[in-house]
Design a protein around this ligand. Sequence first.
Ligand SMILES: Cc1ncc(COP(=O)(O)O)c(C=O)c1O
Length: 384
Amino acid sequence: MALSDMLDSIPTSGIRRLFELAGRYSDALSLGIGEPDFDTPEHIKEYAKEALDAGITHYTPNVGLPILLEAISQKLKRENGIDADPASNIMVTVGGNQAFLLAISTFLRQGDEVIIPSPHFVTHSASVQLAGGVPVEVPCYAEFGYRPRTEDLGKAITPRTRCIIINSPNNPTGSVLGKGDLEEIADLAVDHDLKVISDEVYETLIYDGLRHESIGALNGMESKTITVNSFSKAYAMTGWRLGYVVADKDTISKMAKFQMYLAACPVSFAQYAAAKAINDERSRSHIETMRSEYQRRRDYISSRLDAIDGIEVTKPSGAFYIFPEVVGKDDLEFSESLLKNKHVAVVPGSTFGKAGKGHIRCAYTLPIPALEKAMNRLEDFMRA
Ligand SMILES: Cc1ncc(COP(=O)(O)O)c(C=O)c1O
């Protein structure tokens, strides 16, 4: 199938439609936005200015600036327990988003299947389709904290399965996979010779003392795992468009070939600033400030939603989303009516796959006073 046919078969993101509608109301409160409401820390902006002044304004290697690759390699060892050679196992990408199509295109063949625990981030299934593959959604349930059950993943494996995509902390549910979950998924991957793409872009937003674990650090998973990460959420750098991939040498070199014809490289001075940011103490304190603020908001929004009749809450453990069930309601109609009547924007759960039906995604990327207003409006809406 040609890429143009593939594009026709992929729906436009439901999130965009909702934003367009929300734009009509001047007093709209948006719980739809999946990006930090914090600004990029000043010291990172200063590093970008320093790069501009130093003339770091040219193309970089397709895989990224060597100082950034080196900084990422050190960070992976220190924080994720992953050994990655900066010369062959890492590539910087134009946001984490770009990484999925680049990575999946290196190994997927027409008709190959990719297992995606669902509800899931929309780019995961779209990238599989664009690469000619078939996304196979495996539903996750509130009773298990929206973590995939290994037996369900196992049942979905067929002779055409090539890969499993996992995402912890998760968008849209906020679920977090523990080491035990990852070990079971790793066993499946080894037994059935599957790759695992692990989307870890929310790794710093994790609550209640939980620790982020990387599947790429587990024994036997070094060559099977493609880890995707990003500067967007951890450093409040969404508009800088910087992410990275950790993978085996062959995958990285194929991705670099693809990148040559796509973007050539991510923005040079943004890469320099990111390299400096990784090793700067001030970044660590910024990350902790954001993490503790989002935990406070998570607690607030969970308890407000929990007190509303007709809404079932599963308290998330990470990211900045909550994914309550709107019991007995159609999520598309519910979201549209909530926006029209109360000017509160949420994302219908079915945007994130079949398993999201009957749910809504609320991003708590607004300060608590605004969240309070949104919750008051939602409460009124439910009463009516
Ligand atoms: C789960 C997940 N992965 C990856 C991304 C990509 O982010 P970026 O392209 O800004 O790095 C997002 C963005 O919302 C996301 O939610």
